[in-house]
Design a protein around this ligand. Structure first.
Ligand code: ZN
Length: 85
């Protein structure tokens, strides 16, 4: 089980969080991209191997959004907000 360090609550079980996806490109303007690009944005999630910067929502806790760096090979959190690990 992954323990995610919330800056307000400390380390909590991943079951209290909802994965918000990787930090990446901003939402494109649907009127400025092709249909294929829009479908890719909506349906293709990047899944790189190695450290990934991700957003997590402490939905069953304080409600805070946080950003962590997680290594997808090991699930280790390699960098967390405010130095909490
Ligand atoms: Zn929290």
């Amino acid at each position: 089980m992954l323990l995610i360090p919330c800056p307000l609550c400390g380390k909590r079980s991943e079951s209290e969080f909802i994965h918000g996806g990787p930090v990446g490109a901003d939402r494109p303007d649907p009127n400025a991209v092709s249909d294929a690009e829009w479908v890719d944005y909506l349906t293709v999630a990047p899944n790189p191997l190695g450290p990934v910067q991700e957003k997590w929502w402490h939905a069953r806790g304080c409600g805070e959004w946080l950003t962590i760096w997680r290594d997808t090979r090991t699930h280790d959190i390699v960098e967390a907000p405010d130095g909490i690990k």
